[in-house]
Design a protein around this ligand. Structure first.
Ligand code: ADP
Length: 163
């Protein structure tokens, strides 16, 4: 049977930190679904279709074993619907731990067969968040090396519109 994992997140926008986690995770599985949450509490800068396009453009050519989808509702229900019992999450610093532990335990409570695997972020991206990237771009700073080129262009376009 195909080993399938789900990497959920807001990805508003997709950063090199997200890309690093996705590429290192897919090596462990036959297929990885990057699942974009549509019910984000914060108002996202990019729509789900925009975020999906940006992720697809950021993946290396020929990444046939990675797909990108939006989802709403409970993550564990989505995972079950997809036939996966593995959720991937990234950990940057100790500060991520408490929230991630809480989510992992809640998800396990909701569906005991669903397990969360944590991947440590690469050192160079351990400070990197989508929020920081948006702030830098909005203030006219350079996001080279922080986000894939397609995301950089999209940020420039988004913020130039409002200038
Ligand atoms: P969410 O709102 O679900 O936390 P994010 O898009 O912020 O969505 O993050 C999705 C996942 O990717 C989370 O597990 C987060 O910890 C992880 N992540 C975000 N940025 C990085 C990074 N720079 N390095 C490693 N993991 C990261």
């Amino acid at each position: 049977m195909e080993k399938l994992a789900i990497y959920p997140g807001t990805f508003d926008p997709f950063t090199n930190g997200h890309l690093d986690i996705a590429l290192r995770s897919v090596r462990l599985f036959d297929h990885l679904i990057i699942a974009i949450t549509t019910n984000a509490k914060k108002k996202p800068l990019f729509s789900v279709p925009e975020r999906r396009d940006l992720i697809l453009q950021s993946l290396p050519d020929g990444s046939k074993n990675i797909s990108v989808e939006g989802f709403d509702g409970l993550l564990v229900n989505y995972a079950e619907k997809k036939g996966s019992s593995i959720i991937i999450r990234g950990l940057r610093a100790v500060s991520d731990f408490e929230y991630e532990l809480q989510m992992a335990l809640i998800n396990r409570k909701l569906k005991p067969n669903v397990d969360t695997i944590f991947k440590m972020s690469s050192e160079e991206y351990s400070f990197l968040t989508s929020t920081a990237v948006k702030e830098i771009a909005q203030l006219g700073g350079c996001v080279d090396g922080l986000v894939p080129p397609a995301v950089k262009s999209a940020l420039l376009e988004k913020f130039n519109k409002y200038r």
